[in-house]
Design a binder for this molecule. Sequence first.
Ligand code: GLY
Length: 368
Amino acid sequence: MTIVKVDIQGNPYDIHVEEGILGHAGEYLHPVANNGRLLVITDSNVEQHVWPKFQDALSKAGVSPALFTLPAGEQAKSWQHLEALTDWLLGKHVERSDHIVALGGGVVGDIAGFAAHIVKRGCRFIQIPTTLLAQVDSSVGGKTAINTSAGKNLVGAFHQPSMVLIDPAALETLPARELSAGFAEVVKYGLIDDPDFFLWCEENIQRFFGGDMDAREEAIVRSVTAKARIVAADEKELTGKRALLNLGHTFGHALEAETGFSNKLLHGEAVACGMVLAFRYSARMGLCDEGDAERVASLLGGAGLPVTLSDAGCSVDGKRLTEHMKHDKKRSGGQLPFLLARGIGKTFLSNDVELADVAAFLDEEGTR
Ligand code: GLY
């Protein structure tokens, strides 16, 4: 068991990482249950695979959970489902002192966290992420949101959880494609500022995908430690530090938009291809070695992730892709900041990127 502290001023909390923690989650949740009651939000897939064991663990600890189940998939992050969820919480007479528990992947965490933020002007909230992507990224740091017709995550709030419980064993029932997608976000921490961790990913990829629990736990702990450090330094993405977590996301966002934010390209897959493109673009600008870009492509490609526009199903012209970037919410004053790299572990924020040049680069990439 490892405890990682998230030292956010006024809102510190612990991340508990332990194989099998779901089987004795009652130890953590009984003390925060309101008169033995816990309000749990999940989705239909997690209800099938994880909920029975979790419910059993809670019952043994004398906690009676009430369950709200969302449909599985990104479409659950809508006004319609937010309304149904907040109505359910209010129907349960939720109190500010209640802890609303998000049991699931990023979709469940994002909508449950946003509901916790707005219901009664703010209830407590606990994250129990069950996908790799949620375990290493979205459950930590307090970003919550729903999607609207104008785009993804455009309505939301910062609302920090009061605890995060991560069970690496929950990954055993995760589809292989989602495991790979989450691995992109693991690799991201190495690329941002930790070349030793990138090397660890290269050396341990077989163990990780082979199901070695120690390797999985180490990948999660090192990832959340990095994320905790970054969000504690810049909780609301104001100084440029937290923006580093968006490595690969500007290119990735364009790829997701081109594929309709659908299952054709998962978020982590788009981020993987986006990180390769960010490194190849950095190499083209003479900022980093071509060899670094190829190391990134080789690691992510080895994890079964897309590393070219054609792999990502986006063989279209560069101008079309850069048009999607104009809707990116990081755009400010007409300028779109880009995360570029001077090498592995040397990511930085650049405000000097011209979209026309990016379009020309993407046209070249389209021929790979
Ligand atoms: N996933 C990026 C962030 O939490 O800031």
